[in-house]
Write a protein that binds this ligand. Structure first.
Ligand SMILES: Cc1cc2nc3c(=O)[nH]c(=O)nc-3n(C[C@H](O)[C@H](O)[C@H](O)COP(=O)(O)OP(=O)(O)OC[C@H]3O[C@@H](n4cnc5c(N)ncnc54)[C@H](O)[C@@H]3O)c2cc1C
Length: 363
């Protein structure tokens, strides 16, 4: 029976990120996920944008988050000979009202944006760059922003982990504590068993249902995206973020998101959401909205906490049970930087920032 430093439940954005960071520390990891493989379909594209919301606020530890994510992408891309995992083509945030233009300009002054990250474009520059963008009062252009082809990226990352020694098991499993010890026994559906010094719950929207984690105030918000095909080649490759976002993948493909559904019964895709998303596309790229047909629609759930930051750390009563979840809408941006804090903590005992720690919810 093998022994692992950590058994990680969930091979999505959080699980693969913490697996990679522990692997870099030379630790043996067991990555478990019953719903994915190294050839999984998944979200075709997602945005990495550190200037979010109506005020283009600089997101939490933006510089460190961007640096860590880019390092991860580089490592994975290097041994992935196939297609590109990201489209490093920036994000435009058109100010579609005067108020937004004021907010966006204030953001340029208010935050210490690293050189080369962000710039203002006047209306003419916006129209020269992409005449399809809705009438606007100028725009922020984030040269640092990029689009991740999430399905490719995660499949490549899982493969990278396996090739570098991680045990990846794409099947269901359960864990139980070993009597008189701190370790956990892992039993896989196939009957295989293992032990692990730590169990990390990184199961995305399923994490709040794990028995040990029900005391955390985790909120689930459903979201849907639509994949469209245009009737002609589209001649821009940056992402657009205003009222929602549109991302490019392929010559004619547009991925448009997303809805925020706080009350929902299941994860099925709905016509109502498709209409809402088409409305967003029409507001961002009015001419294009009439020239597209729906090619697919996906629903998922964002997990969030009251301070809108991820949660990592140890269980209040069972210190070797750990968690990494609640990345909200910024899963990619947060993933590697936050994983580094958790890995450093588990391997070297380094403190976890208070704003991320499970301790902020201890009773
Ligand atoms: C509509 C929508 C649009 C979004 N757009 C963006 C965006 O543009 N940019 C961005 O950065 N983020 C975006 N997000 C957020 C992003 O998807 C999440 O932050 C991110 O996926 C969270 O990562 P995770 O690993 O916690 O969960 P996931 O990526 O969902 O991974 C969880 C994994 O756990 C597995 N699992 C479930 N149950 C178990 C179990 N019992 N045992 C083992 N494994 C299990 C699942 O199969 C899954 O593979 C969006 C989310 C939604 C819903």
């Amino acid at each position: 029976m093998s022994n692992y430093f950590a058994a990680i439940f969930g091979a999505g954005i959080a699980g693969t990120a913490i697996a990679l960071e522990l692997q870099k520390h030379g630790k043996k990891v067991l990555l478990i996920d019953p719903h994915v493989s190294e050839e999984s379909p998944g979200a075709p594209a997602a945005l990495v944008n550190p200037a979010t919301g109506r005020h283009a606020r600089m997101s939490w530890e933006a510089e460190a988050c961007m640096k860590a994510l880019r390092e991860t992408v580089e490592v994975v891309q290097k041994d992935h000979n196939g297609e590109l995992l990201i489209s490093d083509t920036g994000v435009i945030r058109p100010a579609i009202s005067e108020k937004l233009a004021v907010n966006f300009r204030e953001s340029l002054e208010k935050y210490e944006w690293p050189d080369g990250w962000i710039r203002w474009m006047d209306e003419k520059e916006v129209s020269d760059l992409n005449p399809n963008i809705a009438p606007n009062y100028g725009a922020l252009f984030l040269d640092c922003g990029f689009t991740v082809f999430v399905d490719r990226y995660l499949n490549a990352l899982r493969k990278h982990l396996r090739l570098n020694g991680a045990a990846c098991r794409y099947e269901a499993a359960r864990y139980e504590s070993v009597p008189d010890g701190n370790a956990y026994r892992i039993t896989l559906e196939s009957g295989e068993t293992a032990t692990a010094d730590h169990v990390i719950a990184a199961a995305g929207e399923q994490t709040p249902f794990f028995n040990h984690w029900q005391y955390l105030p985790l909120h689930r918000v459903k979201g849907q995206i639509v994949r469209y095909e245009a009737d002609r080649d589209l001649n821009w490759d940056h992402a657009v973020s205003a009222m929602g976002y549109t991302l490019r993948r392929g010559k004619r493909d547009l991925v448009v998101g997303s809805t925020y559904e706080h009350k929902f019964e299941d994860l099925s895709v709905t016509e109502r959401a498709a209409e809402q998303i088409h409305g967003k596309l029409a507001k961002m790229l009015p001419g294009i909205a009439e020239k597209v047909t729906i090619k697919g629609q996906l629903a998922g759930v964002r997990v969030t906490t009251p301070n809108k930051l991820p949660v990592i750390g140890r269980h209040e009563e069972h210190p070797n049970l750990c968690i990494y979840t609640a990345m909200g809408s910024k899963g990619l941006l947060f993933s590697s930087h936050v994983a580094r804090f958790l890995a450093e903590h588990l391997v070297n005992g380094s403190p976890i920032p208070d704003e991320l720690d499970t301790k902020r919810f201890d009773g």
